[in-house]
Design a protein around this ligand. Sequence first.
Ligand SMILES: [Cu+2]
Length: 157
Amino acid sequence: MKRIFATLALIAAAGPALACETVTVGPLEVSQAWSRASIGTARPGVVYLTIRNSGTADDALMSITTPAADMPMLHQTVMTDGVASMPHAMEVPVPAEGQVALEPGGYHAMLMELTQVLEEGETFPVTLTFRDAGKVTIPVTIQNIGASEPTCPSPDE
Ligand SMILES: [Cu+2]
Protein backbone atom coordinates (compact mmCIF):
# COMPACT_ATOMS: atom_id res chain seq x y z
CA MET A 1 0.00 0.00 0.00
CA LYS A 2 2.85 2.36 0.86
CA ARG A 3 4.23 1.85 -2.58
CA ILE A 4 0.94 2.78 -4.26
CA PHE A 5 0.82 6.09 -2.41
CA ALA A 6 4.44 6.82 -3.28
CA THR A 7 3.70 6.20 -6.94
CA LEU A 8 0.64 8.44 -6.91
CA ALA A 9 2.64 11.19 -5.26
CA LEU A 10 5.25 10.84 -7.96
CA ILE A 11 2.67 11.21 -10.73
CA ALA A 12 1.11 14.24 -9.06
CA ALA A 13 4.52 15.87 -8.61
CA ALA A 14 5.34 15.39 -12.28
CA GLY A 15 2.26 17.38 -13.26
CA PRO A 16 0.26 16.99 -16.42
CA ALA A 17 2.34 16.07 -19.45
CA LEU A 18 1.24 16.72 -22.98
CA ALA A 19 0.56 13.67 -25.08
CA CYS A 20 2.17 13.59 -28.51
CA GLU A 21 4.96 15.94 -27.47
CA THR A 22 8.08 16.27 -29.62
CA VAL A 23 11.31 16.99 -27.74
CA THR A 24 14.79 17.85 -28.98
CA VAL A 25 18.32 17.51 -27.63
CA GLY A 26 21.19 18.73 -29.80
CA PRO A 27 20.50 17.57 -33.36
CA LEU A 28 18.11 14.85 -32.19
CA GLU A 29 14.33 15.03 -32.26
CA VAL A 30 12.24 12.46 -30.40
CA SER A 31 8.55 12.03 -31.18
CA GLN A 32 5.61 9.62 -31.25
CA ALA A 33 6.40 8.05 -27.86
CA TRP A 34 3.77 5.47 -26.97
CA SER A 35 3.14 2.46 -24.81
CA ARG A 36 0.37 -0.02 -24.15
CA ALA A 37 -1.98 -0.27 -21.22
CA SER A 38 -1.03 -3.02 -18.76
CA ILE A 39 -3.05 -5.43 -16.68
CA GLY A 40 -1.46 -5.05 -13.28
CA THR A 41 2.32 -4.81 -12.98
CA ALA A 42 3.42 -8.46 -13.23
CA ARG A 43 4.26 -8.41 -16.92
CA PRO A 44 6.69 -5.97 -18.56
CA GLY A 45 5.53 -2.86 -20.40
CA VAL A 46 6.90 -1.44 -23.64
CA VAL A 47 7.93 1.95 -25.00
CA TYR A 48 8.11 2.81 -28.67
CA LEU A 49 9.21 6.11 -30.22
CA THR A 50 10.96 7.71 -33.19
CA ILE A 51 14.37 9.42 -33.07
CA ARG A 52 15.55 11.66 -35.90
CA ASN A 53 19.08 12.94 -36.28
CA SER A 54 19.49 16.12 -38.33
CA GLY A 55 23.22 16.24 -37.50
CA THR A 56 26.16 15.02 -39.54
CA ALA A 57 27.49 12.65 -36.86
CA ASP A 58 26.13 9.29 -35.76
CA ASP A 59 24.81 9.06 -32.22
CA ALA A 60 23.32 6.20 -30.21
CA LEU A 61 20.66 5.69 -27.57
CA MET A 62 22.46 4.10 -24.62
CA SER A 63 19.80 3.71 -21.94
CA ILE A 64 16.42 4.80 -20.64
CA THR A 65 15.02 5.49 -17.20
CA THR A 66 11.45 6.02 -16.03
CA PRO A 67 9.59 6.21 -12.72
CA ALA A 68 7.15 3.69 -14.25
CA ALA A 69 9.61 0.79 -14.01
CA ASP A 70 12.47 -0.31 -11.79
CA MET A 71 14.34 -2.06 -14.59
CA PRO A 72 13.83 -0.55 -18.04
CA MET A 73 15.91 -2.16 -20.80
CA LEU A 74 16.63 -1.71 -24.49
CA HIS A 75 15.82 -4.79 -26.54
CA GLN A 76 15.99 -5.78 -30.16
CA THR A 77 13.60 -8.29 -31.67
CA VAL A 78 15.58 -10.70 -33.84
CA MET A 79 14.12 -13.41 -36.05
CA THR A 80 16.24 -16.56 -36.32
CA ASP A 81 14.81 -19.38 -38.45
CA GLY A 82 11.33 -17.98 -37.92
CA VAL A 83 11.65 -17.79 -34.14
CA ALA A 84 11.63 -14.38 -32.46
CA SER A 85 13.96 -13.60 -29.59
CA MET A 86 14.68 -10.33 -27.77
CA PRO A 87 18.33 -9.93 -26.87
CA HIS A 88 19.37 -6.95 -24.77
CA ALA A 89 20.58 -4.13 -27.05
CA MET A 90 23.72 -2.44 -25.72
CA GLU A 91 22.81 0.62 -27.76
CA VAL A 92 20.42 1.70 -30.50
CA PRO A 93 22.31 3.40 -33.35
CA VAL A 94 20.93 6.77 -34.49
CA PRO A 95 22.52 7.38 -37.91
CA ALA A 96 23.62 10.85 -39.06
CA GLU A 97 20.94 12.58 -41.14
CA GLY A 98 18.70 9.61 -40.54
CA GLN A 99 16.24 8.16 -38.08
CA VAL A 100 15.54 5.07 -36.06
CA ALA A 101 12.26 3.86 -34.62
CA LEU A 102 11.67 1.81 -31.54
CA GLU A 103 8.71 -0.15 -32.85
CA PRO A 104 6.96 -3.52 -32.61
CA GLY A 105 9.20 -6.17 -34.19
CA GLY A 106 12.36 -4.04 -33.99
CA TYR A 107 14.23 -2.15 -31.34
CA HIS A 108 12.07 -1.38 -28.32
CA ALA A 109 12.29 -0.39 -24.71
CA MET A 110 11.01 -2.98 -22.29
CA LEU A 111 9.83 -1.89 -18.86
CA MET A 112 10.71 -4.72 -16.49
CA GLU A 113 9.36 -4.46 -12.95
CA LEU A 114 6.61 -1.93 -13.52
CA THR A 115 6.03 0.32 -10.52
CA GLN A 116 2.52 1.28 -11.62
CA VAL A 117 -0.34 0.06 -13.76
CA LEU A 118 -0.18 1.67 -17.20
CA GLU A 119 -3.65 3.17 -17.73
CA GLU A 120 -4.85 3.89 -21.24
CA GLY A 121 -5.00 7.62 -21.97
CA GLU A 122 -2.44 8.58 -19.34
CA THR A 123 1.22 9.46 -19.85
CA PHE A 124 4.46 8.74 -18.03
CA PRO A 125 7.89 10.29 -18.54
CA VAL A 126 10.84 8.42 -20.01
CA THR A 127 14.35 9.88 -19.98
CA LEU A 128 16.59 8.85 -22.85
CA THR A 129 20.38 9.02 -22.58
CA PHE A 130 22.26 9.43 -25.85
CA ARG A 131 25.99 8.80 -26.18
CA ASP A 132 26.76 12.28 -27.54
CA ALA A 133 23.64 14.44 -27.33
CA GLY A 134 22.98 13.74 -23.64
CA LYS A 135 19.63 13.32 -21.89
CA VAL A 136 16.11 14.27 -22.83
CA THR A 137 12.74 13.42 -21.27
CA ILE A 138 9.57 12.74 -23.23
CA PRO A 139 6.02 11.95 -22.08
CA VAL A 140 4.89 8.53 -23.30
CA THR A 141 1.23 8.17 -24.28
CA ILE A 142 -0.39 4.97 -23.01
CA GLN A 143 -2.53 3.55 -25.79
CA ASN A 144 -4.91 0.60 -25.92
CA ILE A 145 -3.57 -2.78 -24.81
CA GLY A 146 -3.92 -4.04 -28.39
CA ALA A 147 -2.35 -1.03 -30.14
CA SER A 148 0.20 -1.77 -32.85
CA GLU A 149 1.18 1.73 -33.97
CA PRO A 150 1.28 5.26 -32.51
CA THR A 151 -1.86 7.37 -32.55
CA CYS A 152 0.28 10.49 -32.38
CA PRO A 153 0.92 11.84 -35.86
CA SER A 154 4.43 12.17 -37.23
CA PRO A 155 5.69 15.76 -36.64
CA ASP A 156 5.64 16.23 -40.44
CA GLU A 157 1.92 15.60 -40.74
CU1 LIG B 1 11.70 -6.91 -25.27
